[in-house]
Design a binder for this molecule. Structure first.
Ligand code: PLP
Length: 411
């Protein structure tokens, strides 16, 4: 009978409890609208608008031509791991040997594996908010508990060391730091990292995962400091990095983890049962990327200058706009705007703007600009504007946003 053949369509509690990545959901909605002919401007994506540098994609093509198309060691090719060690030494002041590097299919995989490798059920993972959407979900995947450390726009979205100290206890296992930050562009100054290290030092069980994927996309005078380089922190820090952002290599799927041998080995065991070594082709391309010179050389600094020009334009444009609050991003390619003064506004033919989600829906409908609601990052007062788009497109988007906002009045 039909009943005998019925399939149990339930999914695991683990899968059930996860939120789908909201940044993806909104990007998909905007793409669908755009494909149906609506002239949407998308400032929603977390991906550089630039092409992968020529030397890098040539290296990928050559890898295929030369037949580098087989499995690699689980941890990645030794030559690439040596080049990563060299980079970490020169650019970050960090000493690792190749056994302490685990190459993966992207920083996201590296971060997940790190969380899975160090957290036991019931452990607490401290996540400063606004956060990269995946961190709390990664903690949940490890049966750990995300504990949100709130920050405020008036502190430039930087956490207060005393607030961190006040939420730590014997269950605290992992503190996640993301600097430069997605979604706020905040860059943790060295002094703040030192104060955080002082707090961390008092908790022997506490480890730190630092996601440094935006390290090169930083606007002077802001400077990047690697947390593991601070006194006493190497032993307890897992550094996550990758090629997606600085080298415009999002689709190549290449990232890595650096840390003490026993933690990296544990991550390696997880990876060996999940994906094994990253793409042989991408690893060859990554090697070429690291060969482009200190911090990616001129190619990367040209991209960073373009990001900075866009940042400057957006900051000026939104500072002039009544009703929004901003904290000037010091790195990455996002502006996190507080638009809560508009909440409660009634819009004819639309309804009430109640929260970041309805604010973004309003802009999608009335300005045809796609942004991401801050709610996805743990801050419902804000929205995220990605400036990984050309300046003329950004200018047009700002014009449209201003026009749409002129229809309503902030509190
Ligand atoms: N970490 C942060 C903070 C990010 O913003 C992103 C991408 O949006 C990632 C990691 C993912 O990087 P990858 O493409 O290397 O997996």
């Amino acid at each position: 009978t039909d009943q005998a053949m019925a399939v149990d369509t339930s999914v695991s509690p683990r899968a059930n409890s996860l939120k789908p990545s909201k940044t993806m959901v909104i990007a998909d909605r905007a793409t669908a609208l755009k494909e149906s002919g609506v002239p949407i401007i998308k400032l929603a994506a977390g991906e550089p608008d630039f092409d992968t540098p020529k030397v890098v994609f040539e290296a990928g093509i050559n890898a295929i031509r030369k037949g580098y198309t087989r499995y690699t060691p689980n941890a990645g090719n030794l030559e690439l791991r040596k080049a990563i060690c060299h980079k970490l030494k020169e650019e970050n002041g960090l000493s690792y040997n190749p056994d302490q590097i685990l190459v993966s299919n992207g920083a996201k995989q590296s971060a997940l594996q790190a969380v899975l490798a160090v957290c036991s059920p019931g452990d607490e993972v401290i996540v400063p908010a606004p956060y990269y959407v995946s961190y709390p979900e990664m903690a949940r995947l490890a049966d750990a508990k995300p504990v949100i450390l709130h920050t405020s726009i008036s502190d430039n979205f930087l956490p207060k060391p005393e607030s961190l100290a006040s939420i730590l206890n014997e269950k605290s296992r992992l503190l996640i730091i993301c600097s430069p930050s997605n979604p706020t562009g905040a860059v943790y100054p060295r002094e703040l990292l030192e104060e955080i290290a002082d707090v961390v030092r008092k908790h022997p069980r506490l480890l730190v995962m630092t996601d440094e994927i935006y390290e090169h996309i930083i606007f002077p005078p802001a400077k990047h400091t690697s947390f593991a380089s601070l006194p006493g922190m190497w032993e307890r820090t897992l550094t996550v990095n990758g090629f997606s952002k600085a080298f415009a290599m999002t689709g190549w799927r290449l990232g890595y983890l650096a840390g003490p041998t026993h933690f990296v080995a544990a991550c390696g065991k997880i990876q060996s049962q999940a994906t094994s070594g990253a793409s042989s082709i991408s690893q060859n391309a990554g090697l070429a990327a690291l060969g482009m010179g200190f911090a990616g050389g001129e190619t990367v600094s040209t991209m960073v200058k373009a990001f900075q020009e866009r940042r400057d334009f957006l900051v000026k444009a939104f500072r002039e706009l009544k009703g929004v609050k901003i904290a000037e991003p010091q790195g990455a390619f996002y502006l996190f705007l507080d638009v809560s003064a508009y909440y409660g506004a009634e819009v004819e033919g639309f309804g009430t703007i109640k929260h970041s989600e309805s604010f973004c829906r309003f802009l999608l409908e009335k300005a045809q600009v796609a942004l991401v609601p801050g709610d996805a990052f743990g801050d419902d007062n804000c929205i995220r504007i990605s400036f990984a788009e050309s300046l003329p497109t950004i200018k047009e988007a700002v014009e449209r946003i201003k026009k749409a906002l002129a229809l309503i009045r902030p509190k």
